[in-house]
Design a protein around this ligand. Structure first.
Ligand code: NAP
Length: 530
């Protein structure tokens, strides 16, 4: 067996890759991370579009692994803007001296398991090859931005922008006629900011989406002091909550509650703002009738905000609420009251093509100076499948995942020894507070590597039957939720040809964490350590 250059190769220097590197180095391992961008931050490095901000409160959307770090960092707003989150990532990189082991401006193109040497051969787009015992994918869930398949997309003579790969220098839309394609979270955050500059803004909407006002505000110093004084308890409490976020959640069923009480709760949550709008009752995402009450409430809000009744009706979603991920906005619906903002439906009358001058829809050419594509991501699996990953006997990951992602606990894939995933498909990831979910993954993986080394084990691999059982469980839990009935990026519906499988684990963070811990307590049940 030949020697390895490194103990561990990590792909990605977002929040997952950074913490991974930190833990591995503390264990005394030789580790290197490869990163496409020229700095740390991952999703928050790329998503620099105007209005980009987190929609889980910043005091909780942050690392907890280092008490001094969480005490010293000051978040300026309830939902901090992207530049501040990027500064936080940079601060963490400096504080723990991470950059010296990150190779930036480098894309890993291939990772092949070498059966003879029992290690991973990693190839980059710079033509380098390195061998490592372990290989960790910290590639993010929403990092492969989607270029829509619209004819003529390269013909446009004006400027084209993708929210998922925004330029590093500020973009000035002043005096411009701007098109935004898409009405997901990224479009809802960016459009009101673009409308402040543009002379005319046209939003192309395929599916109307629900959004709850952010009600963002500067941090309240008393709240900050309270959280900082109680961080360990609050973080521990968050681990017992489905989404990994401490908030107020109800325990009653909407269908067993008088309608006035439900409306009172929804109104309070609308005024408070944010993603927990459906959190007052336990049946909002399992019972259609309960869901309909909340959906109607949110639609009536749209009708009360948007003055033109035709535009208001176009903005009212036809789907259940919360089936697609809820958006959180600042003045998105109110933006349509400005005379220079226009909404066009592209569901009944789709975009036909892009031309040098603009966008053709229904035989009409709309002319623009800039087009903003807020068209989402090849979510959850996209960033894995862009890399040529081959496991034992040359089996390709794309073939193993041909009918949808198959993992054990979202951490490992059978037939791919020593390949670990941070918040991989089949883990709760995007359905929960990402930072704590990342920490759960990273800590499990690094503890597993430490245990392997302590017991002189070279390889860790998921058993096929454990993987099959977990996949079946992930599917079963998903089938009980109304979320699995809606065409969303959770099930790959936004990418033509992608298998229709609910990819994240809907069982919640506490159940997932308990399972991960139980597996270890039972001697790495479902894994072979050899
Ligand atoms: P998204 O939710 O997938 O939205 C993409 C939008 O583009 C949809 O409205 C989609 O319409 C539309 N679209 C795609 N292809 C199109 C085409 N060919 N023609 C017309 N319309 C097209 O993507 P996103 O807004 O980037 O958000 C993705 C996820 O990232 C969010 O759900 C959230 O989890 C996360 N995110 C979070 C934040 C935050 O923390 N604040 C901010 C942004 C994003 P259809 O719906 O009809 O497919």
């Amino acid at each position: 067996m030949g020697k390895q250059d490194l103990d561990v190769v990590v792909i990605g220097a977002g929040f997952g890759g950074m913490y991974m590197l930190h833990r591995l180095r503390k264990m005394g391992l030789r580790a290197r991370a490869y990163e496409v961008g020229d700095d740390v931050g991952g999703t928050w490095y790329w998503n620099r579009y105007p209005g980009a901000r987190v929609d889980v409160e910043s005091m909780q959307y942050s690392y907890q692994f280092d008490e001094e770090l969480q005490q010293e960092w000051e978040w300026s707003e309830k939902y901090s803007p992207q530049p501040e989150i990027l500064r936080y990532a940079q601060h963490v990189a400096e504080r723990f001296d991470l950059r010296k082991d990150i190779q930036f401006n480098t894309r890993v193109t291939a990772a092949h398991f070498d059966d003879a040497n029992e290690d991973w051969l990693i190839t980059t787009d710079r033509g380098e090859q390195v061998r490592a015992r372990h290989f960790v994918l910290a590639v993010g869930c929403l990092s492969s931005f989607n270029v829509p398949d619209i004819p003529g997309i390269n013909d446009f003579a004006g400027d084209s922008y993708y929210t998922g790969k925004w330029p590093h220098k500020p973009v000035d839309f002043s005096g411009q006629r701007v098109a935004v394609i898409g009405t997901g979270s990224s479009a809802m955050q960016s459009s009101p900011e673009i409308a402040k500059q543009a002379s005319a803004l046209t939003v192309f909407q395929r599916t109307a989406n629900f959004s709850i006002p952010a009600q963002n505000r500067p941090q309240d110093p008393d709240y900050v002091a309270y959280v900082k004084a109680n961080y360990p308890e609050l973080r521990a409490k968050a681990k017992t909550i489905y989404g990994g976020v401490v908030d107020e959640f109800g325990t009653a069923k909407a269908l067993e509650t008088p309608i006035e009480e439900i409306h009172k709760d929804l109104e309070a949550r609308w005024q408070k703002g944010g993603l927990t709008f459906l959190g007052g009752f336990t049946d909002m995402l399992t019972d259609r009738q309960a869901n309909e009450i909340a959906a109607e409430f949110a639609k009536n809000k749209i009708r009360s905000i948007v003055k033109d009744p035709k535009t208001a009706e176009m903005l009212c979603p036809k789907n259940i609420i919360g089936g697609k991920r809820l958006c959180v906005d600042t003045e998105y619906f109110a933006m349509y009251n400005h005379p220079h903002v226009n909404l066009l439906d592209v569901q009944e009358t789709p975009i036909e093509r892009i031309t040098a001058k603009g966008i053709v829809r229904g035989g009409v050419e709309y002319e623009f100076d800039s087009i903003v594509y807020a068209t989402g991501y090849d979510a959850i699996t996209g960033s894995y499948l862009r890399i040529d990953i081959r496991g034992r006997n040359g089996v390709e990951l794309k073939d193993h995942w041909d009918a949808g992602p198959r993992t054990y606990l979202g951490l490992m894939v059978s037939g791919f020894p020593n390949m670990f995933m941070v918040t991989g498909p089949g883990s709760p990831s995007v359905l929960t507070n990402m930072l704590p979910s990342i920490e759960i993954s990273v800590e499990w993986i690094t503890d597993a590597i430490a245990d392997m080394r302590a017991e002189d084990k070279k390889l860790c691999q998921a058993r096929p039957e454990a993987e099959a059982e977990w996949v079946a469980h992930v599917n079963e839990v998903a089938s009980k939720s109304l979320r699995s009935t809606v065409k969303s990026w959770y099930i790959g519906a936004n990418i033509p040809g992608k298998p229709s499988v609910f990819m994240p684990y809907l069982g919640g963070q506490p159940a997932y964490l308990a399972k991960c811990q139980e597996v270890v307590a039972n001697g790495y049940e479902g894994f072979d350590l050899t």
